[in-house]
Design a protein around this ligand. Structure first.
Ligand SMILES: [Zn+2]
Length: 350
C-alpha cells in the first residue's frame, strides 16, 4: 500500500506506468508490422516434419551466441535438440509439439530465431538476452509429427507420462526441466478449432492457462507470475483478434507435464493455438504466437509484468466448444410425417 503523498507523486506514477505500457505496445506493433521479414518461409504449411528443422538448427550452430545440444532421441531415432541463447540469470524454457499434430508454435519458434538473428530491434534483444537465458526444445514428438498424430511411436500421450516417464521424449523433457530449473516455462500446443470463447460466437484463436499445481488450484507466487504474463499477452491478442482469447480449463491433471512442472516451481504458461476464420494453415495464428511470445519475453526481461493484477486473469472468458465448420439453423426435419425444427452442426474431416 502506498501512503498518499501528493498529486505530483501520483501524476509521476501514472506517467511512468503509461510510459512503460506505451513502449511495450510500440514493440508489439513493430513486431506485428515487420513479421514478414522474420517469417521462416521454409515452414509454410502445418504438416512440418523433423527433417525440415535440421538444416535450420544446424545454421544456429554456426552462431557462437547459441548452444545447440543433442539431448536425446525419439523412439524412431530422431534427434531431440535443445537450443539455448542469452546470458541472463532468469531461465525460460519453451518446448513445442509434444503432440505431433500440433505444429503452430514450432513454426513460431523458428520465426523467433530469425528475429534474434536479424539486425533490427537491437535494444529490445539486448534487454531480453542480458536478463534472460532462453532454452528452446522444438518438436518434442518428431515421430508423431511424421504421421501427424498426437501420440508418439509407442502410442503414448507424452503429456500423460510426466510421472511414469516411460517415453524417451518424456524422459528428455523431465531431464531438461530439472537441469534448466526454469523460472518461466512455455508449454506450446494446438487445440481444437471448435473451441470458442465462452458465451460468444468467436473462436478461441489462442487459449491460455496458468497451469494449476494442485487439485485445490491454489495461487502461489509462481502461478501468479504466469497469470500476470498471460494477462499481458491477452491484451496483445485482443488487439489483433478481438474477443478471440479463451482460458483453458484449470483442473489439475496429475499425469501431465505442465501441471508437474508448475508443481516443481516453474511459472508455467500454456498456450493453445486454436482456430481463426479463413486460416486453415494457421499462419495468422503462428504470427500471433510470434508477436505475443516475444512481447512476453520482453515483459519478463524488464519485469513490467509484476505490476499487472492477477484478478484480470479471471476476466478472460473460459474455453467452450460450440463451433462447427458449418452450422445450419432452423432446418425443417420430417419424422413420422411430422415437422420438427432443428439446428445442424457439421464437422469436416481433415
Ligand atoms: Zn497438445
Amino acid at each position: 500500500m502506498i501512503k498518499p503523498k501528493s498529486n505530483i507523486f501520483y501524476a509521476f506514477l501514472i506517467c511512468l506506468l503509461w510510459q512503460s505500457n506505451f513502449y511495450a505496445q510500440d514493440l508489439t506493433e513493430s513486431l506485428y508490422g515487420t513479421y514478414n521479414d522474420y517469417k521462416e518461409n521454409s515452414l509454410d504449411k502445418r504438416r512440418i516434419k523433423h527433417h525440415q528443422l535440421q538444416p535450420l538448427i544446424n545454421n544456429l550452430k554456426t552462431d557462437s551466441r547459441y548452444t545447440v545440444k543433442k539431448v536425446g532421441e525419439s523412439i524412431e531415432g530422431r534427434d531431440l535438440r535443445l537450443i539455448s541463447i542469452g546470458e541472463g540469470p532468469v531461465n525460460v524454457f519453451l518446448w513445442s509439439q509434444m503432440h505431433g499434430d500440433e505444429p503452430t508454435a514450432t513454426q513460431a519458434i523458428f520465426d523467433i530465431f530469425n528475429f534474434l538473428n536479424g539486425d533490427a530491434f537491437k535494444a529490445e534483444k539486448k534487454a531480453i538476452l542480458s536478463k534472460l537465458t532462453l532454452h528452446f526444445l522444438p518438436m518434442l514428438n518428431p515421430d508423431g509429427a511424421e504421421v501427424f498424430t498426437r501420440r508418439n511411436a509407442l502410442g503414448i500421450d507424452i503429456n500423460r507420462d510426466a510421472l511414469r516417464l516411460q517415453s524417451p521424449e518424456g524422459q528428455v523433457l523431465k531431464r531438461i526441466r530439472d537441469s534448466v530449473n526454469a523460472d518461466f516455462g512455455f508449454n506450446l500446443h494446438d487445440q481444437s478449432r471448435y473451441y470458442n470463447a465462452e458465451r460468444t460466437n468467436k473462436p478461441a484463436t489462442i487459449s491460455y492457462l496458468a497451469t494449476a499445481f494442485n487439485y485445490e488450484k491454489d495461487i502461489n507466487d509462481v502461478r501468479a507470475n504466469a497469470m500476470k504474463v498471460i494477462v499481458y499477452m491477452n491484451n496483445i491478442i485482443q488487439k489483433y483478434a478481438p474477443g478471440q482469447v479463451g482460458r483453458y480449463g484449470d483442473d489439475f491433471e496429475p499425469r501431465a507435464f505442465g501441471d508437474n512442472i508448475a508443481k516443481w516451481g516453474t511459472s508455467l504458461i500454456l498456450i493453445e493455438s486454436g482456430g481463426y476464420g479463413g486460416d486453415r494453415e494457421k499462419q495468422e495464428i503462428r504470427k500471433l504466437n510470434y508477436v505475443s511470445i516475444l512481447s512476453a519475453l520482453y515483459t519478463i526481461a524488464n519485469e513490467s509484468y509484476k505490476d499487472i493484477s492477477v484478478e484480470a486473469y479471471e476476466e478472460i472468458p473460459r474455453n467452450d466448444r460450440k463451433m462447427f465448420d458449418l452450422k445450419i439453423e432452423n432446418a425443417t426435419y420430417i419424422l413420422n410425417e411430422k415437422e420438427y425444427t432443428i439446428d445442424l452442426g457439421i464437422y469436416r474431416n481433415e
